[in-house]
Design a protein around this ligand. Structure first.
Ligand SMILES: [Zn+2]
Length: 386
């Protein structure tokens, strides 16, 4: 057993104990990490939100100046609400070679490995700096990392390469899809449900829009597939819906959310235009003839670019060598990798744990994945020492 495995497990237990569900503050976990780094002689920089409730943390080990390799991860986790856990999600439990806890897999396991190796990084004569870049609000649309990325090359050094430690079972991921999300608000006119001709039924018109989205989904499936991805097409899902007031009222409002997960190279704005045109031609004229105050509001609420690793950066061959792997993979979930890349810091995704365990009740991380990650990060340090 590696000597640093025990340290990584202890750190993971500490990190899991902070309830960093995205809608809560992450300042306590950031303060813990800051303090840990300071005890190892490393100063770090917070990039806080305007209200001070959340912050990213950036730190550099090794020579100052531009360049270097960044180890990047998010500190937030998805909610446990509505999930049936067998153990307390915020108490790390080890059983049969697995570590159970919210965030154990996604992605405090990676953060624990990075922190466990900080003393080793510090002890090396690094020629190339190793940066730590820890964010918040990744689970609500990769929003928290953006202000930190905006500081790269400004108040923070710009890493030459970024390893994003999302769960990939320690495989090298060099491409992912890019989500785009919309909110649609249909405003009708309320009336007694026995007098429907006096109202405008918001749910009925929302239904028409949902029908168009279903046709759009079928059209997307018929486009040229990209076999690197499963499913091999840009997927479309209606994800949330709310509407109506009571069983005897013509509903005045209906709201729904929908998303696509774009293949690299697919521009979602065509779909945005198509839904708006459908609303303008097949819903709004009728609705407004009945009541001018009715309407349909369509907003893009979130967008993360699709990701394809930059072939010029040399990061993919390096990551494969350090991971002792031969092949790269593409995944359908989004990460901060595309945002780093757009921000001028080429990235790949590699981290411990299987994405199938992320976001689930009884989320776990195999101890063997922690060991693999520690060994991988050790090879990163060897490389950085030159
Ligand atoms: Zn994650």
């Amino acid at each position: 057993m590696r000597a640093d495995l025990g340290i990584a497990k202890d750190l993971l237990a500490r990190l899991v104990a902070f309830d960093t569900t995205s809608h809560k503050t992450n300042i306590p976990i950031i303060a813990f990490i800051e303090d840990y780094l300071r005890r190892h002689g490393i100063e770090s920089t917070r990039v806080p939100t305007p209200d001070g409730q959340k912050a990213s943390l950036f730190a550099t080990i090794g020579p100052a100046g531009v360049g270097g390799i960044a180890l990047s991860g998010h500190t937030d986790v998805v909610p446990v609400a509505g999930q049936a856990w067998d153990t307390d999600p915020f108490t790390l439990v080890e059983r049969d070679g697995k570590l159970y806890g919210r965030g154990a897999c996604d992605m405090k396991g990676f953060l624990a490995c990075v922190l466990a190796l900080v003393p080793a990084f510090k002890a090396r004569k690094l020629k190339v700096p190793i940066h730590l870049a820890f964010s918040y609000d990744e689970e609500v649309g990769c929003t928290g990392v953006r202000p930190m990325i905006a500081e790269l090359g400004q108040t923070l050094p710009r890493p030459r390469l970024v390893l994003v430690g999302e769960p990939t079972s320690m495989m090298v991921v060099d491409a992912h899809k890019g989500p785009m999300r919309w909110s649609v608000e249909v405003t009708g006119k309320a009336a007694h449900s026995s007098l429907p001709h006096l109202g405008v039924n918001a749910i009925t018109y929302a239904g028409r829009l949902l029908g168009e989205l279903a046709r759009m989904e079928e059209d997307l499936k018929a486009l040229t597939p990209n076999p690197r991805f499963d499913p091999p097409y840009t997927s479309l899902q209606v994800t949330e819906i709310e509407g109506g007031t009571a069983s005897n009222i013509v509903p005045v409002a209906c709201w729904f959310g929908w998303e696509i997960r774009r293949l690299p190279g697919f521009d979602g704005m065509d779909l945005d235009t198509r839904l708006r045109r459908f609303a303008a031609e097949h819903c709004l004229p009728e609705m407004q003839r009945a009541a001018p105050e009715t309407g349909i509001k369509i907003d893009i609420t979130n967008e993360v670019p699709a990701f394809v690793a930059d072939p010029k950066s040399g990061l993919v061959p390096l990551a494969l060598k350090l991971a002792e792997q031969n092949d790269t993979f593409a995944v359908c979930y989004a990460t901060e990798a595309s945002l780093f890349q757009v921000g001028g810091a080429p990235a790949v995704v590699i981290g411990p744990g299987n994405i199938a365990q992320a976001h689930t009740p009884n989320e776990f991380l195999h101890v063997s994945e922690l060991e693999k990650c520690l060994a991988f990060l050790g090879r990163v340090a060897d490389w950085a020492e030159g």
